[in-house]
Each structure stands twice: as C-alpha cells, then as structure tokens.
Design a protein around this ligand. Structure first.
Ligand code: URA
Length: 446
C-alpha cells in the first residue's frame, strides 16, 4: 500500500475502493500509517466528499477494525437509538429503560459531551457510583440479565473510529457528512442491532444547522444501515431551543427520572414516546399504521404509569454500580452550592431561547470539558422555564441557575441574557418533530 498515492488520488477527486479503505484503516489502527498522512487524507475527504459506495467502504473498514456484539442467542429484538446531540437532550436516559421495560433489548452505547452539546455518559455518571465503562463481557452479561446496558464505546467496538475521531477533532474535519455517518454507524452497527432509530436534530443548537444537510445526514445513515440489514428510521427533531427544562448533567438526570415516572416536561415526554414507538415497531417488525402506532403508544404509557419503566432504570443503575435509590429520591444526585433565579427585565413574548449559548455556558461553568482531561462538575447547569411563545411579565422567573461559585452565576446570567429574547411579535419555534425518514422516503409530520 502506497499511502501518498491514495492521498493524491483522493485529493484529485478520485475514490478509494473498499479493500483500500480496509487495509489503510487496519494499518492506521496499529500505527503503521502515521497521523499526518491520515490527516491529509481526511482533509481530502472533507474537501472532495465521498460517494455512496466509498462511504460504505469506509464504514466497513471501520467496523472491521473491531468486533461485533452477537446477541442472536437472546432470541429477542435488539434496538438502539442515536441522537446527533443537543442541549438538554436527555431522551436516552428515559428511552432506554422505557423500551427495555417493553421487552426490547437495548444496548445503548453513547458518547460524552461534545462542543456545546451534552453527552449521555456524563449525565449517567452524575448518578453516584454509576459506571459506564463496562467491558464487552460485562455488557453481554447485563444485556442477557437486565435487557439493557448504558455504556461508552468499548475498546472492541470500531476502535479505529475513536482514533480517527480524535484526529478529525483537531484537524477541522469533523463536519463532513460521509465521515460523520460512517463514524456513527460503525459503532451502532457493531452492536448487532435488529433496528436503529436516529434522532437528527434541526435548528441553531444542532451540530449541523443547515436543514438540507441534516436531512442528507439522516438519509446517508439510513442507507448505510439498511444496506447492512439493519432497518433504520430517522426523526428530524427541534433543537432551536433546549429540550425540556433542565440543562446540565445531574439536573438532566433528575428531569429524566421524573419523565420515567410521567412527571417530566411535555416536549421530553412526547419525543421519548415518538422514538419509543419507532423502536417498538422496528423491534417487532410491525408495519407502521395508525392502529400499530396507537398500540405502541399505549404500551409505552402503561410502562410509565405502572412504574415498570422507573423500576427498569433502577435495575440498570444497580447493575452498573450506581445507587438505585436516586430514582425514588433524586435529592441524592449532586447539588450545586449556589442557586439563583434569573428574571425577565421587561415583559413581552419569549421569542427565542437559543440553545448554543446555554450549552457553551454550562461547559464554562464546569459542566463540560474545554480540554479532554477536564473533570466535569455534574451539579452545575440551568433549569429554564421560559419557552418560545410564552407571555412573560417584568420580574417573572425565566430560569434557575445552579453554579459552584459567583463566576459560574455570572457566566450563566450572561448566557441567559443572550439566549432568551423577549419582545413584541410572534415566536416561530420549529415543530418538535418535523419529519420521519425511512428507506421508503421522506414523510413530513407537520
Ligand atoms: N458523533 C460521532 O460519533 N462521530 C462523528 O463523526 C460525529 C458525531
């Protein structure tokens, strides 16, 4: 393999074949290809793009770098979901136990906070004792026993993706649809799934802010999944305001626990149910119809109202070394020493609640990482009650700030001043769920 030749071909608009990708990635994984050559190739990919077949070759090469969970012996449907990430998006914490309580095996493999967006692993780790770094063996045993594991990427799953992602992060080559698609799908398809639901965010707080590109991302991932025998469905959902009210790790874990008991905010509940319906239908290979959707909604609602979903979360927490008592008493979650109310300086209509400023502020307050080795403070964040379209009066509470010190309060205040726009006129938030995309096509839901 002559790597400069591969880089040159890609630079000049050509493409690499599947075997070339496989050999190159294997060589990169074990250190025979240095970072500087891979960085040059990634930039050529970023600038030239990858066609459908080449993206598939890249994905297969990434998956070949590791193993694959084999859960066929469980004889049950295995379904996961992936969100492209946002602010206040704690759906995974509610959805995984909820769907597992309905009999679907959920091997939920998630990531950490990235940029302004929060990460499921950081939220779970705010639960005292909760371990997300399970080995493959522990994961398999827990899936058989409990039906759900909520973990980080194990060293066996697409290990070259981890190395490539770290390199892309520092070479400005992250925001490239084929690279993102292959990266996400290499991990998800290695979980041995029988179905996958994608939550692709739209709006100013999304990772990709252009609606057309979000749709392209969803369609690329669906094709990759379907071509490898994993039925894949995507929902395009709103991230032009935070999801729910709580933003920040422990605050989000608390809100997720409330949602599991049917006491969460409406948008979090509705999105969780919508994704849960897709997971149940995919898992059971039930064709979507008004009747099958209504039955799935009823089943999910029953799992919440009966307490089975919350009990399932307790079992997962216990299995992963955490304190299951947090489900009955969220007061056991870490709490910030400073709590301040943020109030409206004038009356009017809430026109916008901009998520990006909130997410960045939480990182600066200590709730996320500015450097890879930063330790996250799980207690900090904000609970934002102001919603776009709401009429507010001067002095009305719009949010609560949870900080570890005065600097944190100042950062949060400034971000809320920037984020929450109050004025005359009409708010025009995105619909919570704008569209559903499958291999059969695009279905607008509004
Ligand atoms: N998340 C991933 O796992 N990979 C990407 O490339 C981007 C987001």
């Amino acid at each position: 393999m002559f790597v400069p030749g591969l880089i040159e071909r890609k630079r000049d608009g050509g493409s690499l074949g599947s075997e070339e990708w496989r050999d190159l990635l294997a060589a990169y994984a074990d250190g025979r290809v240095p970072d500087y050559q891979m960085a040059a190739l990634l930039m050529a990919c970023f600038l030239r793009g990858l066609g459908r077949e080449e993206t598939a070759g890249l994905l297969d090469g990434m998956m070949a770098s590791g193993g694959r969970l084999d859960l066929a012996h469980l004889g049950r449907p295995v379904v996961d979901k992936h969100s492209t990430g946002g602010v206040g998006d704690k759906v995974s914490l509610v959805l995984a136990p909820l769907v597992a309580a309905c009999g679907i095996v959920v091997p939920m493999m998630s990531g950490r906070g990235l940029g302004h967006t929060g990460g499921t692993l950081d939220k779970l780790e705010s639960i005292p004792g909760f371990r997300t770094a399970l080995s493959l063996e522990e994961t398999l045993a827990q899936l058989a026993r409990v039906g759900c594991a909520m973990i980080g990427q194990t060293p066996e799953i697409a290990p070259v993706d981890k190395k490539l992602y770290a390199l892309r992060d520092v070479t400005a080559t992250v925001e490239c649809i084929p690279l993102i698609s292959a990266s996400i799908m290499s991990k998800k398809l290695s979980e041995g799934l029988t179905g996958l639901v994608l939550d692709v965010k739209l709006g100013s707080g999304a990772f990709i802010t252009d609606e057309g590109r979000s749709r392209e991302l969803a369609e690329t991932m669906i094709r990759l999944g379907e071509d490898r025998g994993c039925p894949t469905v995507a929902l395009l959902t709103a991230m032009d305001r935070p999801l729910g009210r709580a933003c920040g790790n422990a605050l989000e874990a608390e809100e997720a626990i409330n949602a599991l008991k049917g006491e969460g905010p409406e948008d979090l509940h509705d999105l969780t149910i919508a994704e849960g319906v897709e997971m149940l239908l995919l898992g059971r290979k039930t064709p979507p119809s008004a009747a099958s959707r209504a039955a799935a909604v009823a089943e999910l609602e029953e799992a919440i109202t009966s307490g089975r979903a919350a009990e399932q979360f307790q079992r997962i927490i216990e299995a992963q070394g955490g304190n299951p008592a947090v489900v009955d008493d969220p007061g056991l979650l870490p709490t910030a020493p400073r709590v301040e109310v943020f109030r409206a300086t004038h009356g009017g209509t809430v026109l916008r609640v901009e998520p990006r400023a909130i997410g960045r502020a939480i990182v600066q307050m200590g709730g996320g990482r500015q450097k890879v080795d930063d330790v996250v403070d799980p207690s900090v964040g904000m609970v934002i009650s102001a919603r776009p379209g709401q009429a507010v009066e001067k002095g009305e509470a719009l949010a609560s700030i949870y900080a570890r010190d005065e600097d944190g309060v100042t950062i949060a205040r400034r971000s809320l001043e920037q984020s929450i726009a109050i004025g005359e006129g009409k708010a025009s938030p995105l619909p919570l769920i704008a569209a559903r995309i499958t291999a059969q096509g695009f279905e607008p839901l509004v």
